[in-house]
Ligand binder design. Structure first.
Ligand SMILES: Cc1cc2nc3c(=O)[nH]c(=O)nc-3n(C[C@H](O)[C@H](O)[C@H](O)COP(=O)(O)OP(=O)(O)OC[C@H]3O[C@@H](n4cnc5c(N)ncnc54)[C@H](O)[C@@H]3O)c2cc1C
Length: 253
């Protein structure tokens, strides 16, 4: 259980920020997720997975993009209300101490990379962040991102803010300049698959955080199984963070 400590805050078109007090739950690792449900009844039946956007002293922040019934209900929970939450769950990002990291996010997939960026900075790592969005009014928390990292680049598909074109193009351009020790990517599946393909020959290790459909979120239903070079893996317990180069991306499309 967690408690909604403030009314969900609108932060961009169709996006809200939740602040939850999660006393008793362990501190999350960057890349882990929580499984939450607004209503106590059976509709919607299953909890929905959301990445941790930030965490400080028992307060967890989550960004929600409102896409359907579950996210609409969660984004309407009033301040003070209890919320059904399981987690933190799953396997997070591999952290490095020092060196340089390149983070590339697409849409709501930028969310887990914020907490990751803060943790990397705390460990003395220099962070370049490429924030991808379809268009300017979908960009959230830009000032928080910009002040948390060393280099912050916005890329919009339609060129309405920052650089125009896909964030994978900007990401690959920065990556081919060399000098990065690790690359972290989160966004829509075609974007992560594209980044893995475009950067196939780059020596820097690359991790992605998958956002494919979940059922139970705790490894029981196997509904989120994907194919990797070492066999089938369940995204919820073996991931959501995985090595980009071991994933058989065609099993996800
Ligand atoms: C590990 C993980 C972390 C995630 N982190 C976040 C996060 O930080 N913030 C956030 O807003 N969302 C996140 N998501 C996606 C989020 O879980 C879904 O958007 C949510 O479950 C939709 O619930 P709903 O009831 O509102 O939509 P539904 O009514 O179930 O679906 C509405 C529409 O959204 C589509 N949809 C639903 N789930 C997904 C999905 N996983 N991928 C692609 N399309 C989907 C459906 O096809 C449908 O068109 C994450 C997913 C995973 C697996």
């Amino acid at each position: 259980m967690a408690q909604m400590i403030e009314k969900p805050l609108p932060i961009a078109r169709d996006h809200v920020l939740l602040k939850l007090r999660s006393d008793g739950a362990p501190a999350p690792e960057p890349g882990q997720f929580v499984n939450i449900k607004a209503a106590s009844g059976t509709d919607p039946l299953v909890r929905r997975p959301f990445s941790v956007f930030d965490y400080n002293d028992g307060i967890m922040e989550i960004i929600i993009r409102i896409v359907g019934r579950g996210t609409r209900l969660i984004s309407g929970v009033p301040a003070g209300e209890d919320i059904d939450m399981l987690g933190p769950l799953g396997k997070g990002f591999t952290l490095i101490n020092g060196g340089r990291a390149l983070l590339i996010g697409g849409g709501v997939g930028n969310a887990p990379l914020f907490y990751l960026a803060r943790e990397l900075k705390r460990r003395g790592t220099s962070v370049t962040f490429v924030y991808g969005a379809r268009t300017a009014d979908l960009i959230y928390c830009r000032d928080r991102f910009a002040s948390a990292v060393d280099e912050f680049i916005i890329s919009t598909d339609d060129g309405s803010e920052g650089r125009g074109g896909y964030c994978t193009e900007t990401g690959c351009e920065r990556l081919s300049g060399g000098g990065f020790d690790r690359v972290y990517v989160c966004g829509p599946t075609p974007m992560m698959a594209g980044m893995a393909r475009l950067a196939a020959d780059n020596p820097a290790p690359m991790e992605v955080s998958l956002e494919n459909y979940f059922g139970c979120g705790v490894g029981l239903c196997s509904g989120c199984t994907i194919e990797t070079d070492s066999g089938p893996r369940r995204t919820c317990v073996d991931g959501p963070v995985m090595d980009a180069r071991t994933i058989r991306w065609d099993s996800l499309s």
